[in-house]
Design a protein around this ligand. Structure first.
Ligand SMILES: Nc1ncnc2c1ncn2[C@@H]1O[C@H](COP(=O)(O)OP(=O)(O)O)[C@@H](O)[C@H]1O
Ligand SMILES: [Mg+2]
Length: 254
């Protein structure tokens, strides 16, 4: 068979680096949120993004998604520009909870179906395979019983699982999770962590910001310490040394 343009896309998605960020800078007026950030991510890894409030974690997610304007540098996802990778459904993003309108009148099932929008075509009418994908994803995160609930009626942990289900239904290969454990109880955190490790084992790459340092060694393969630039990147055990943490969280003595 002659290869088609679509085949070529799949090939390049499989061979290119999951994420390649080079010299990324983000500035808001006089605030330099990010400067000279280089980061590459491979498939099948969970990378923790650690840094204090204001260190630029959310700005970096925005730069990767192409929703926050960069003043320097470049971002490639699966060898493509962020916008193109997103339109191909390769990347899923879970924003910080406070940036989501939980009063929006939409059910759990409908949110997960939005993960299929890229495939629905212009009419946005779901087919049997879309409904099946949504059903499987809900099942996988244990939300089948709550599928008809409005998202505002869910607990913090359940809300996070909705986003994970959406990423699964979408078939995303890179998951960007901005503080998914904030406001989530320990039992839900453990459930979500186990799910993320499963997705990692299936080849997904996951970049996750978190303040739960205790959970990092078990969850993450790799850690990035951020303070408006990358201070360290490496093994969790090395990243979490008292000296490094003091540096990152601004506790070092003058
Ligand atoms: N939309 C914005 N307008 C102005 N300043 C912003 C905006 N978003 C973030 N900042 C500033 O940029 C810096 C990095 O913020 P952010 O990326 O949200 O960090 P984090 O997610 O690590 O808390 C902070 O100083 C913050 O106040
Ligand atoms: Mg943030």
């Amino acid at each position: 068979m002659t290869p088609t343009a679509a085949d070529h896309h799949v090939d390049s998605a499989a061979s290119a680096q999951t994420l390649e960020a080079r010299g990324v800078a983000v500035r808001y007026g006089t605030v330099q949120a990010l400067q000279g950030v280089d980061l590459t991510l491979d498939s099948a890894t969970i990378t923790g993004l650690l840094g204090m409030n204001g260190s630029g974690k959310s700005s970096f997610f925005g730069a990767i998604m192409g929703t926050v304007k960069t003043t320097a540098g470049s971002v490639r996802l699966f060898g493509a520009a962020p916008k193109e990778a997103r339109s191909r459904g390769l990347v899923a993003y879970m924003p910080q909870s406070e940036n989501v309108d939980w009063d929006f009148p939409i059910s759990v099932r409908e949110v997960v179906m939005t993960g299929r929008y890229g495939r629905l075509g212009l009419t946005r009418r779901p087919h049997g395979r879309d409904r099946a994908a949504v059903g499987e994803a809900l099942d996988r995160v244990g939300l089948t019983e709550l599928a008809s609930r409005q998202i505002g009626e869910l607990s913090g942990g359940q809300r996070k699982r909705v986003f994970v289900a959406r990423a699964i239904a979408q078939g995303a290969r890179l998951l960007l999770l901005d503080e998914p454990f904030a406001g989530v109880d320990k039992a839900s955190e453990a459930t979500i962590s186990a799910l993320l490790r499963e997705l990692r084992d299936e080849g997904c790459s996951i970049l996750i910001s978190t303040h739960d340092l205790a959970g990092v060694p078990e969850l993450c393969d790799d850690v990035v310490l951020l303070k408006n630039r990358v201070l360290f990147r490496g093994e969790p055990s090395e990243a979490l040394s008292p000296e490094r943490l003091a540096l990152v969280f601004g506790l070092e003595s003058a």
